[in-house]
Ligand binder design. Structure first.
Ligand code: HEM
Length: 384
């Protein structure tokens, strides 16, 4: 998509799309939009039009309405964020490093035995799912079914959904909600030192999360935290192995790993888009947008903007000074709550993979999932 993004940034940085949304691609405009508290994330604020129709169809069929952090505005968002944020602290995340390291090393042992594998199946996909499940303290419910269902829900993050897809999303939501209600009931009777217990007990001046709110936030953690992290590891390793000079640089300077992860996030963003809705007429990039309009902030395009990252913005440079200025975790009130966890997983997985296997190389063709938002590699054949 990157050539297309460049054309848009240069010629039509706030594009009015025939489907009825506005596509914003420059770094300065995307950042301004995401930081602007006057914009909403709640679809019920959309004005009549194709985007509103799509939303109406989705809620018309949905017997449960799950309100997550991602689709609530203040004061609901402020309340949810302080309750969930209470247990998602940097310190709590740092304490997970031994668990993440053990999961990574187990996967690397299996990779060493096999000699050549698809990195996604062997490491990138199972790792974040195992981390979130362990963190939450999930009981031994069927992880395969949970995975299948969350896979379906991820499709809801793609921009255009047809009727069949929407039905399967709603069905998955219903089954998942029932599953999570059972898990929560079980956990209320079996509290432990885990995230789910902490979420149940999270107390904001005598205010607790309701059962429906708990269900929604737990599902959000699975959905927001899984495929994004798969893409960080999958796309990051792909980029690194396609740039042997950068791989050599990382091997000779292992301390660069933190900055390298920022550069992977910038160079090939795990998620390309997020949205905001205007409540009043709104000006961005010299254009006037009407009230009730869907604005797509293109994180993937902003991350390659020469105006922000210089003339070599399309080049992978793991020692790039401004790598951290990427917007892959968004900015402003909805800034990714799991960013410290994602960074930890990316850092541990990629550094341990590179250090363990001096002969690590791509051994076949990389294949991509064809998604517009959660664009990522599905096959990354490696030999070690
Ligand atoms: C929000 C990206 C990993 C939990 C977001 C947003 C982005 C994002 C772009 C904000 C969207 C917006 O402003 O509209 C990513 C990327 C990840 C990642 C690129 C991995 C590389 C995780 C993980 C978790 C997580 C591991 C937790 C397990 C959340 C939550 C929110 C969020 C709860 C909602 C925050 C709010 O609305 O206040 N993420 N994420 N994310 N993310 Fe992440």
């Amino acid at each position: 998509p990157y050539d297309h993004y460049r054309t848009l940034r240069d010629t039509n940085p706030v594009q009015e799309h025939p489907m009825g949304f506005w596509f914003v691609s420059r770094h300065a405009d995307v950042s301004a939009l995401l930081r602007d508290a006057r914009l909403s994330v709640a679809d019920h604020n959309l004005a009549p039009g194709p985007m509103r129709d799509q939303y109406e169809k989705l809620i018309a069929n949905a017997p449960v309405k799950l309100v997550t952090l991602l689709d609530s505005d203040p004061p609901d968002h402020t309340r949810l964020r302080s309750l969930v944020g209470k247990v998602f602290t940097p310190r709590a995340i740092a304490e997970l490093e031994p668990m993440v390291t053990e999961l990574v090393d187990d996967a690397l042992d299996r990779i060493a035995d096999a000699g050549s594998v698809n990195l996604i199946d062997a490491l990138a996909f199972p790792l974040p799912f195992a981390v979130i499940s362990t963190m939450l303290g999930m009981p031994d419910t069927d992880p395969k079914r949970l995975l299948e269902l969350t896979e379906t829900l991820v499709i809801a993050l793609e921009p255009v959904a047809d009727a069949d897809v929407m039905t399967s999303i709603v069905d998955a939501e219903v089954e998942l909600s029932a599953m999570m209600r059972e898990v929560i009931a079980w956990k209320r009777n079996n509290p432990a030192d885990d995230l789910l217990t902490a979420l149940i007990q999270a107390d904001h001046n005598g205010d607790f999360l309701s059962n429906d709110e708990l269900v929604a936030q737990i599902l959000l953690l699975f959905i927001a935290g899984h495929h994004t992290t798969v893409n960080l590891v999958g796309n990051g390793v792909t980029a690194l192995l396609r740039h042997p000079d950068q791989l050599a640089l990382l091997r000779s300077n292992p301390d660069l790993i933190g900055n390298a992860v920022e550069e992977f996030l910038r160079y090939d963003s795990p998620t390309h888009q997020t949205r905001r809705i205007t409540l009043t007429p709104y000006q961005v990039g010299g254009r006037e947008i009407p009230a009730g309009a869907m604005m797509i902030a293109c994180l993937g395009a902003a991350n390659r903007d020469e105006r922000a990252f210089g003339p070599d913005a399309d080049v992978l440079r793991i020692d790039r000074e401004q790598a951290r200025h990427h917007v892959s975790f968004s900015v402003g009130a909805h800034h990714c709550l799991g960013s410290a966890l994602a960074r930890l997983e990316g850092r541990v997985a990629i550094s341990r993979l590179v250090n363990r296997f001096p002969k690590l190389a791509l051994s076949g063709r990389v294949r991509w999932n064809g998604r517009i938002n959660l664009r990522g590699a599905t096959d990354v054949p490696i030999s070690v």
